[in-house]
Write a protein of this length. Structure first.
Length: 246
């Protein structure tokens, strides 16, 4: 379930951090190292190629879902939208001018159909132009913090990362557990974790997901925890430790 499971286990063993184990006599889990990650992260780019016109945020800025983060140069697209809106308005006026004739049956079915079709097509083209314009604006998909800005105003991009947005409430913690611990925990359980420097504090995190498949090569499975962080007290990227004291 967690793509980092095998990588984390190998890394812990390589750098000599306490890894996984189960006490033979009491079946308690030895101290397990872990890492505090953002709850969500998004490397943002533009849906279409173009030149960056404006980047409205910088690293460390807090943003809310829906905030505009960047935009591309849109002079041509804005002119196109204005043109299509004008065409739609003209088609509507044409229909309104002919409405009385339509009601009196003075227009043939083909003439009435032509007027209606012209209005429908004009509105569709205006909607398409508006959608293309919207593709050139990047909005925050969730509340979070700007982790980094990767591009500059005036730079031409084509599927190039512009910035990275991370969510710090809640935070996510992935534990790599030995197979002997399988079945000991349930979704909703609350576990105690020791956050290391610079926090040095014991916190409670809730079990959010449990891997249903054990990795046969390492004999481990993943447990994902949710750590609420409404005040932004805990930073992402710090180490943590879990020890079962039951």
């Amino acid at each position: 379930m967690f793509h980092r499971t095998q990588y984390l286990l190998t890394t812990l063993a390589f750098i000599g951090l306490p890894s996984l184990g189960v006490a033979q006599e009491n079946n308690d889990i030895d101290a397990t190292s872990c890492l505090v990650d953002p709850g969500r992260s998004s490397t943002m780019s533009s849906e279409v190629p173009g030149m960056i016109d404006e980047i409205r945020v910088d690293s460390g800025d807090q943003v809310e879902k829906g905030d505009t983060l960047f935009s591309l140069k849109r002079d041509v697209e804005e002119a196109s939208l204005e043109l299509e809106n004008t065409r739609a308005q003209y088609a509507l006026r044409t229909l309104q001018r002919n409405q009385r004739m339509i009601e009196k049956g003075m227009l043939s079915d083909s003439e009435q159909d032509e007027i209606d079709t012209e209005l429908s097509l004009a509105r569709l083209q205006a909607n398409q132009a508006e959608a293309q314009l919207g593709e050139m604006v990047g909005e925050a998909p969730f509340d979070g913090v700007i982790a980094s800005v990767e591009s500059e105003e005036g730079e031409f991009i084509d599927n190039t990362p512009i910035l990275e947005l991370v969510q710090l409430d809640p935070l996510r913690i992935d534990l790599v557990m030995p197979l002997e611990a399988f079945g000991q925990y349930e979704i909703g359980d609350v576990l105690e974790l020791d956050l290391e420097a610079p926090v040095d504090e014991t916190v409670s995190a809730e079990v959010e997901r449990i891997d249903s498949v054990i990795d046969p090569s390492s004999g481990t499975f993943g447990v994902r925890l949710r750590l609420d962080n409404p005040d932004g007290k805990y930073p992402a990227g710090i180490n943590c430790r879990f020890a079962n004291s039951d």
